[in-house]
Design a protein around this ligand. Structure first.
Ligand code: 1DF
Ligand code: MN
Length: 345
């Protein structure tokens, strides 16, 4: 790709997997020990389907060498921020998850050491063990040089606003690294009306699940408790930027009327946390109207480029993002400098 751009393209939500993780998925699918319908739908598809896209994805996820670098070169991607693919280790029992997370961080650190100018790693962890997760994030950031942490939304139907998970927020805030809140399929309690119409995955279910998760974090007061915490969310904020006015209005209306006993007043509006504590990436949405709406309602420093490789690998989409009708200065923020700031590159 010939490149006249005055920016580097840093892709901020790029997936990878260890062989051990993929083997683990195959094992629990086969022995039926984990029958979560979302997991079975997602990985039942990607683990065995023989059509082009799943085959491509399966070949690229475990590659942190030649194939991936060649694909990056072909599409003008200077650097990938690497996230353990969804649902990460969150489908396993606690001990398996702890071991797989630790091993994946070690493998990722080695790849980043081999290609420090092309790769940046985020720390995987097992929410099943919140105290251990905090320690693993500290190890991965401190000893292995990772620039943030990655969680794939709910864990066995539980959300991070449950105070038992606070050690994870505490670790990220204390280390001053962002937490990437990446989608996964909706949990068992939510998935039925998505599944029978094929809407549970990246087409829509991911966004409903992950947007809900971020809203739960906001309205539960997590950002009042951890004001320095930064959360990055993909797919242009999973729809929330579009809803900001209504979220603020209805949240305030419900609070004024004492509608719910289960929620406490917040110090700020939902939109204010979105502009203070949250960053969004353009994974899967190389579309000017949506990107520019986010820039307009969140600010140009809050919107970062992402491709979502290898799930989304469409060279023309890079050209679509290059062609955004925004100033050269704002384009540089979008592709490069916002990511450098947020991830401390
Ligand atoms: C898909 C999309 C799968 C995304 C992903 O991980 C993923 C997909 C399993 O298309 O099924 O990360 N995504 O972020 O849009
Ligand atoms: Mn993704």
């Amino acid at each position: 790709m010939t490149d006249k751009a005055n920016y580097q393209r840093i892709a901020t939500e790029e997936a990878w997997a260890t062989r051990e993780l993929l083997d683990g998925y195959a094992r629990i699918l086969e022995d039926g020990s984990y029958d979560d319908p979302g997991f079975v739908s997602l990985w039942g598809h990607y683990a065995g389907n023989l059509t082009d896209r799943p085959l491509f994805i399966r070949s690229r996820l475990p590659d942190l060498g030649e194939l991936r670098i060649r694909d990056m070169d072909d599409t003008g991607i200077a650097r990938q921020i690497l996230l353990l693919t969804s649902p990460g280790v969150q489908v396993f029992d606690r001990d398996t998850a702890v071991g797989l997370a630790r091993d994946s961080n070690d493998q990722l650190a080695e790849a980043v050491d081999r290609h420090p100018d092309r790769y940046t790693g985020l720390a995987a962890f097992a929410p099943q063990d919140p105290a251990g997760a905090a320690l693993e994030i500290e190890r991965a950031v401190g000893a292995l040089g990772m620039k943030g942490a990655i969680v794939n939304s709910h864990t066995h139907g539980e959300y991070l606003d449950d105070p038992k998970f606070y050690p994870i927020f505490e670790a990220c805030a204390h280390l001053d690294v962002p937490l990437y809140l990446h989608p996964q399929t909706p949990p068992r309690a939510m998935i039925a009306p998505f599944l029978d119409r094929g809407l549970d995955g990246a087409i829509f279910g991911f966004a409903v699940e992950t947007g809900l998760h971020l809203l739960r974090i906001i309205v539960s007061g997590v950002f009042d408790r951890f004001p320095g915490l930064r959360i990055v969310v993909g797919h242009l904020g999973e729809g929330l930027p579009f809803w900001l006015y209504r979220l603020d209005y209805m949240h305030a209306a419900g609070m004024r009327a004492n509608r719910y006993r289960t929620i406490e007043p917040l110090q700020s509006k939902i939109s204010e946390y979105m502009r203070r504590n949250v960053y969004v990436t353009s994974s899967g949405v190389p579309w000017a109207p949506s990107i520019m709406l986010c820039q307009q309602v969140l600010g140009v420093y809050r919107v970062l480029y992402a491709m979502d490789y290898p799930y989304e690998f469409v060279p023309e989409e890079v050209a679509m993002s290059d062609a955004l009708p925004i100033s050269d200065a704002d384009k540089r923020k979008f592709f490069q400098t916002n990511a450098e700031t947020v991830f401390g590159l």
